[in-house]
Design a protein. Structure first.
Length: 239
């Protein structure tokens, strides 16, 4: 089980996350939704100790997640990353391997095979020698998915993987999420879509600084909950 208890984050006195608590059983595909600025990215970054929490506990399989980062893959929001550096698709994925196993083992036959398999799975092997900065948004997102796959993590966290990608990428990501779930992996996926695409998730977390609701899509996407998270106007559109 993934356990979050009372997780709070302040940025210079401004509360971005207010005592968020939830449990997720292992093997679930979980969607995190909420308006812009709701603290969705902050939540996952605080879980991973990428931003400091003012309080809170984060455990995975009964141990602090902080000590299990090797079992955890994180794909940040694409818009926040600078893609100008001249690194190839192959090396972006290989880097995850070398960080995990040390430089020497990183170039082993096994590591090479894992990278190849991951790139093939996202249909990016043919473009392996391209600089990452020259790819479309969807292709970049698939490379970062491959990097997460090559890590063979137990917990995978994706920040808005479907935002600004083409239809083909959306289908590939969607299929891989289902496969990972059927392999027993636990996935947290931030989404800013409130439509039909939410049907893929086992459960949803609706966030706006606080956790507003948790449960199935039917339980969470109600006009009351949406009004509490988004305010009146938007709630009427989606309920
Ligand atoms: P979401 O991902 O739901 O759109 P964020 O987690 O990015 O929301 O942001 C939540 C709030 O915290 C916003 O008000 C944002 O401006 C603020 N914030 C996020 N990161 C930082 C930071 N590094 N420094 C200061 N404020 C931040
Ligand atoms: Mg965000």
């Amino acid at each position: 089980m993934l356990e979050i208890q009372n997780l709070s984050v302040d940025f210079k006195g401004n509360c971005a996350l207010d005592r968020v608590s939830f449990f997720v059983p292992l093997g679930q595909l979980v969607g995190i939704i909420g308006p812009n600025g709701a603290g969705k990215s902050t939540l996952v970054q605080a879980m991973l100790h990428l931003v400091p929490a003012t309080q809170g506990v984060v455990r995975f399989k009964s141990m602090p997640l902080k000590r299990q980062l090797r079992q955890t893959a994180y794909v940040p929001q694409r818009s926040r990353v600078d893609w100008d550096y001249p690194v190839t698709v192959w090396n972006v994925v290989m880097m995850a391997q070398t960080m995990q196993t040390g430089l020497f083992k990183g170039f082993s036959q096994q590591a090479q095979q894992q990278v190849r398999a991951a790139l093939e799975r996202v249909e990016m092997y043919d473009l392996r020698d391209r600089p990452i900065g020259e790819l479309s948004g969807g292709q970049q997102q698939r490379v970062f998915l491959a990097r997460a796959l090559a890590k063979e993590a137990e917990l995978l966290i994706f920040d808005e993987p479907f935002t600004g990608v083409d239809r083909k990428t959306e289908d590939i990501i969607f299929d891989i999420f289902q496969e990972l779930r059927s392999e027993g992996k636990t996935l947290l996926v931030i989404s800013h879509d409130l439509g039909e695409s939410l049907a893929i998730y086992d459960q949803l977390l609706l966030l706006n600084k606080r956790l507003i609701a948790q449960g199935t899509r039917q339980e969470v996407v109600t006009s009351d909950n949406l009004e509490r998270a988004y305010g009146r106007g938007l709630a009427r559109v989606f309920a």
